[in-house]
Design a protein around this ligand. Sequence first.
Ligand code: URA
Length: 209
Amino acid sequence: MNIQIITHPLVRHKLSLMREADCSTGKFRTLTKELSRLMAYEATRDFEIEPHEIDGWDGSKIQGERIKGKTLTIVPILRAGLGMLDGVLDLIPTAKISVVGLQRDEETLQPVPYFEKLVDNMDLRPALIIDPMLATGGSMVATIDMLKQKGCRNIKALVLVAAPEGVKLVNEAHPDVTIYTAALDSHLNENGYIIPGLGDAGDKIFGTK
Ligand code: URA
């Protein structure tokens, strides 16, 4: 399985706070941001570095370093993915943002894009898809399909909680895409919610019911 479970104690502590039934909208939103920031740190650990000559404080040339290649694009999946955006941007403020929205086709039950605004040069950029819950995996697979159609070849998925069903679907469709998650939970219930999960992450972030 191409999955990395981030087990940093701060991540585990914050995720557990988010699971509490009485976690308020404000607290849930703040924790989503904090968790996303910590997890983005881990998900970018393998970024390549290249030498880069810089002017030092005393007028001399110094062999500095910088991240190799074109700037990352963060890809929030609407709507809940937006809750993770600021946390990732805290770490990578120069990132470009590509937004994807999907809705379920009532006949085929497949996710169909209703909004797609990707940045340029997708073939040259790494992409980090963000969505708090990897449930069935349908939206994640459709988003990866979309990015690959634009030539994107370096894709990672960052989620807070994953269900085995979603991990299986993504791994089978896109074995090259690593899923970073704070937890791999038990299963999906009959309504498609992750158990034990967090409930509806979008509703909790936006304060809707
Ligand atoms: N989406 C959510 O917000 N929560 C789940 O448990 C599954 C999908």
